[in-house]
Design a protein around this ligand. Structure first.
Ligand code: GLN
Length: 486
């Protein structure tokens, strides 16, 4: 096995025993990027020099006996978390040359744990999308089938982990953007509870929904990354002052006594691919063999999730993206001779079509006299969606479902049909609307060899339960160990 193929915990053991150095490990990752990223397109920026310097520092720390589970571990960061001195583009023309003067809190936390930032990963522009096809800068291809999308919006993060171009990565999830690409690329991904991880320095898309989380090669690594980035941050008023447990501690506990809810509204969903349905069914049976008791639950407001999300997210996006005006950040169209035409020209040239679509929808929904009918109404239905979960979690500890209705589709197949793309978010949006944690864990392959993920949802701050279910599942299955051949 090459060093870059290691999990974080396996690499940590070798680093701690001084069998390998972080410089060797980081070089192996950089070599892999040089070898395969031409084909995959995961990285927007590779910060090789900085990474090797950080690796050398990590090696010194290890020699001095200072080691955390992430010391010397090369990681990738989705390109919407601010990294001091390293461009942070949001895969947008408008921020193409933006170099942040400060780090996101999660980046500071990874740095102080001794992790090595390898570079910045591709995504849908401003995280709006489910295919990474809306990146204004480059395409990313699914390592399992280079003709297919990696999922999105954290498609670069998922593809980089799957293709061993980093040992783990951070993504962000506003409506599924960690879980869905994790599912499509055969890696583990978790969206933590809203408030668990600080978003200071995360470029905002929809502030009441955005959350940062890990993508990794297995569940233990997911727990390690979550340990490192979680916790209260006075610089993010939505972060919750609550202790961070050791997420690795609960992994090994068995599943006896765990009750899993199977939502009626998800299982007979129209448009659910039969191969996905079969993989989920088989995964549920495996968990039952491990002692999980399954009960049917109902989430009656499921049918409203897409409509509610696609009002709330564009409204908040239109407000958040108002700051990109050609004055304060990034790109400016210099052709115009006065302020308003300059704004218009800058935003027309700087934002891609999907971002403009969302800004227009959001601005419309928030315009005078329309607030109650759209954002206000959507917020009310959002409360009902959250209540559905509260009710369901009275009879179960976790909810099991598909992540996406189909395995990864071919590039160009659906991306020009926004409505079809939006509808494919049906299983992931509700967790963001309710603020609850959710993860995707590899649970099967289609006949064409495409990965399929199982979604595990839980009540607020039940990350430990999700991880325990995922970990036990991994112990009896081999799906997470499969590697794409590039
Ligand atoms: N696919 C959803 C959207 O386009 C979710 C994106 C995300 O989670 N960032 O809005």
């Amino acid at each position: 096995m090459e060093l870059n193929e290691l999990t974080i915990h396996a690499a940590h053991d070798l680093l701690r025993n001084k069998e390998i150095s972080s410089v060797e490990l980081t070089q192996a990752v950089l070599d892999q990027i040089a070898a395969v990223d031409d084909k995959v397109g995961a990285y927007i920026t590779v910060a090789g020099e900085q990474a090797l310097k950080a690796a050398a520092n990590a090696d010194q720390a290890i020699t001095a006996g200072e080691i955390t589970p992430l010391t010397g571990i090369p990681l990738g960061i989705k390109d919407l978390m601010c990294t001091r001195g390293i461009p942070t583009t949001c895969a947008s023309r408008i921020l193409e040359n933006f170099v942040p003067p400060y780090n996101a809190t999660v980046v500071d936390k990874l740095n102080s744990a001794g992790a090595v930032t390898v570079g910045k990963l591709n995504m849908d522009e401003f995280a709006m999308g489910s295919s990474t096809g809306h990146s204004a800068l480059q395409a990313t291809y699914n390592p399992w089938d280079l003709e297919r999308i990696p999922g999105g919006s954290s498609g670069g993060s998922a593809a980089a982990v799957a293709a061993d171009m980093c040992l783990g990565a951070l993504g962000s999830d506003t409506g599924g953007s960690i879980r869905q690409p994790a599912s499509h690329c055969g890696v583990v991904g978790m969206k933590p509870t809203y408030g668990r991880v600080s978003r200071f320095g995360l470029v905002a898309f929809a502030s009441s929904l955005d959350q940062i989380g890990p993508l990794s090669k297995d569940t233990r690594d997911c727990a390690l990354l979550l340990n490192a980035v979680s916790g209260y941050d006075p610089r993010d008023s939505t972060s919750v002052p609550r202790d961070v447990p050791d997420y690795t501690a609960a992994l090994k506990a068995g599943l006896k006594g765990i009750r899993a809810g199977i939502p009626r509204e998800y299982t007979d969903k129209e448009g659910l691919d039969p191969e996905v349905a079969a993989a989920i069914k088989a995964a549920i049976a495996t968990l039952e063999d491990l002692g999980v008791e399954c009960v049917e639950v109902s989430l009656p407001n499921t049918e409203h999730c897409v409509a509610v999300y696609y009002v709330i997210a564009p409204c908040e996006a239109s407000s958040n993206l108002a700051r990109y005006d050609g004055v304060k950040y990034g790109f400016r169209d210099t052709g115009a001779d006065s302020l308003i035409p300059m704004y218009r020209a800058t935003r027309s040239a700087g934002f891609g079509a999907e971002v403009q679509r969302r800004v227009i929808i959001g601005t419309y929904c928030l315009s005078a006299g329309y607030y109650d009918a759209y954002y206000g109404k959507a917020s009310q239905v959002r409360t009902l969606i959250a209540r559905d979960f509260q009710n369901a979690f009275e009879t179960c500890d976790v909810i099991l479902s598909p992540v996406a209705p189909e395995p990864a589709f071919k590039i160009g197949e659906n991306t020009d049909d926004p409505l079809k793309m939006y509808l494919s978010d049906i299983f992931t949006l509700s967790a963001n609307l309710a603020g609850i944690p959710g993860m995707s864990v590899p649970c099967g392959f289609s006949q064409a060899g495409l990965p399929i993920g199982l979604q595990i949802l839980g009540p607020h701050f039940a990350e430990e339960t999700l991880l325990k279910v995922a970990y036990n599942f991994e112990q009896t299955t081999e799906f997470h160990k499969q590697k794409p051949v590039l």
